[in-house]
Design a binder for this molecule. Structure first.
Ligand code: NAD
Ligand code: UDP
Length: 329
């Protein structure tokens, strides 16, 4: 797969490239020989995520909010739109901006793609299925979203962004593709961003209680970031355009309590569990049906949860040691 991707050097815009997933995507694109322009407002991302790329001759970082139109001098071959806060507390902090990022921001980037004749990939989400009444979720399921609840700014924004992509595609304006990403984890998640994997690891490393929301019986399917990056690249490059959304996620399904116990086992600091109220509209079950990704892209995740979790714990531990050393200086 990698050899095929290297064939021609492209100029690729990664919106949201300083975020968790975006920074890994920038790394992979540069490793494949492409030129990368990363546009990010640093709302939830961090310059530290792309600091190692700062002096790379094929990398350029632009501070920009995609709610404003973006002007780029050089011709662009591909646009990945990953710009959007992804963690519930973060995207709910300024819900109107979250919604506008997905709607106005996506429209701005689709117009940029049209001007350049660039292929476009939208990072959509399993949240378009809401609190699903079908299990596992395949792409033909139309979802169960509360359009007035606290998660709607994200869920409905992403649904509208998908609509825009398929409108531009149907009109022959842009070669647009849509990935529906399920919970993804790994190094470079922000330690304070509030998602379950980073919360549990940070809490356990400090010997603090692991905050289980609700009964902990709700499920999620966790995909390691390197697997997701392979899927995004495959979807961007596959010919012909699938003209339908594609789920990207790991079908292994775990309860929140199972994840908590795994973290406790790998970080034996004696952290107990602390039960706190379940946030409103929290989906009860989530597992991707990835038959379409398997058939169209020949893609499936390779990294098991325990293996990915150990790598992520190592990364957060190294970060903590670095922080201690800096404070001690
Ligand atoms: P993240 O919050 O780490 O990254 C998002 C990046 O977008 C950040 O760098 C942020 O500063 C930037 N951003 C936000 N609003 C912006 C705006 N208006 N203009 C420019 N930049 C802006 O989140 P992530 O986990 O890396 O997610 C990346 C993308 O993948 C998001 O679009 C998210 O919705 C999608 N996604 C992620 C997951 C997951 O589990 N990680 C699951 C489903 C979908
Ligand atoms: N969750 C939890 N404790 C935490 C953070 C999250 O129990 O400290 C739960 C949350 O209620 C949800 C699941 O873990 O059921 C995944 O939450 P996350 O915010 O990571 O992603 P999302 O809800 O968007 O799938």
């Amino acid at each position: 797969m990698r050899e095929m991707r290297k064939n021609t050097r492209k100029t690729v815009l990664v919106a949201g490239g300083a975020g968790f997933v975006g920074s890994h995507l920038c790394d992979a694109l540069l490793a494949d020989g492409h030129a990368v322009i990363c546009a990010d407002s640093f709302l939830t991302g961090a310059a530290a995520n792309v600091a190692a790329l700062e002096n790379h001759p094929r990398f350029r970082l632009i501070e920009h909010d995609i709610c404003q139109p973006l002007k780029i001098r050089e011709p662009i071959d591909e646009i990945f739109n990953l710009a959007c806060a992804a963690s519930p507390p973060r995207y709910q902090a300024n819900p109107a901006h979250t919604l506008m990022t997905s709607v106005v921001g996506t429209a701005n980037l689709l117009e940029l793609a049209e001007k350049n004749g660039a292929t476009f990939l939208q990072a959509s989400t399993s949240e378009v299925y809401g609190d699903p009444q079908e299990h596992p979720q395949n792409e033909s399921y139309r979802g169960h979203v509360n359009c007035t609840g606290p998660r709607a700014c994200y869920d409905e924004g992403k649904r509208a962004a998908e609509t825009l992509c398929f409108d531009f595609l149907r009109a022959g304006r842009v070669d647009a593709r849509v990935s529906r990403i399920f919970n993804t984890y790994g190094p470079r998640m922000q330690s304070d961003d509030g998602r379950i994997v980073s919360n549990f690891i940070i809490q356990a490393l400090h010997g603090k209680p692991l905050t289980v929301y609700g009964s902990g019986e709700q499920t999620r399917s966790f995909c390691y970031v390197s697997d997701l990056i392979e899927g995004l690249l495959a979807l961007m490059r596959v010919k012909p355009n699938p003209r339908m959304p594609v789920n990207l996620g790991n079908p292994g399904e775990f309860t929140v309590l199972e994840l908590a116990r795994l973290v406790q086992a790998h970080i034996p600091t004696g952290s107990p569990l602390q039960y706190v109220p379940l946030p409103e509209d929290d989906p009860q079950r989530r597992r991707p049906d990835i038959s379409r990704a398997r058939a169209l892209l020949g893609w499936e995740p390779k990294v098991l949860l325990e293996e990915g979790l150990v790598r992520t714990i190592e990364w957060f531990s190294a970060l903590a040691v670095e922080g201690e050393a800096r404070r001690g200086r």
